[in-house]
Design a protein around this ligand. Sequence first.
Ligand SMILES: [Zn+2]
Ligand SMILES: [Zn+2]
Length: 205
Amino acid sequence: MPPAYYHPPPDPTNPAFNLEAYMAATIGGVDYSNEACAAMKAGRFEESIALHQKALEHKLRFHPEASIQAAISYNGMGEAMLRAGKLQEADEAFHKALPVREGDGPVLDAAVTRDNIGQLREAQGRFAEAREIRIRGSGQQMVCGYYYCPNSRTFAQRELKACGACQSVFYCSKECQKQDWTKRHKPLCQARQAEGQSSNQGAGQ
Ligand SMILES: [Zn+2]
Ligand SMILES: [Zn+2]
């Protein structure tokens, strides 16, 4: 039987169950998660990381680390870490979320985490791996590479258009490609091209 990552609430009829503690942990988890998302939207990444960590502490009182509940926090934390430039930590957080989300979560959540890892690999200059992790969902389980894409749904690879230069990131529309180019992808994609040119020149000398 595959592992069930959705961790159900505890049995309230169990005499050892502390309803008050469970409610406090649940409410704390939700409140800190909401605050973490607000901080992320405002561009306060360090604060967002700390708030996600607090949300996670609350969730882990009643849910295992490999649960859908914890995976939401690990993914959100990774997104904030990525934008704060903490690449190694983001890598660890995303890889705690990914097996859970690919194993038992909604396909959209798994696709979002794969695209986050794609963004991380771009930031590390590892473009082939960025492409590889994204097209793992080529069937019908990819998201648009523009993080703020208005279409929060999954696509098949053939429905998306790859960046012509690096072929590592995929978009649902020209507008999304343009937005992501301006806001995120341009310096990464250009650094990749510059690197390719210099190594070619080196080889020719
Ligand atoms: Zn899009
Ligand atoms: Zn590119």
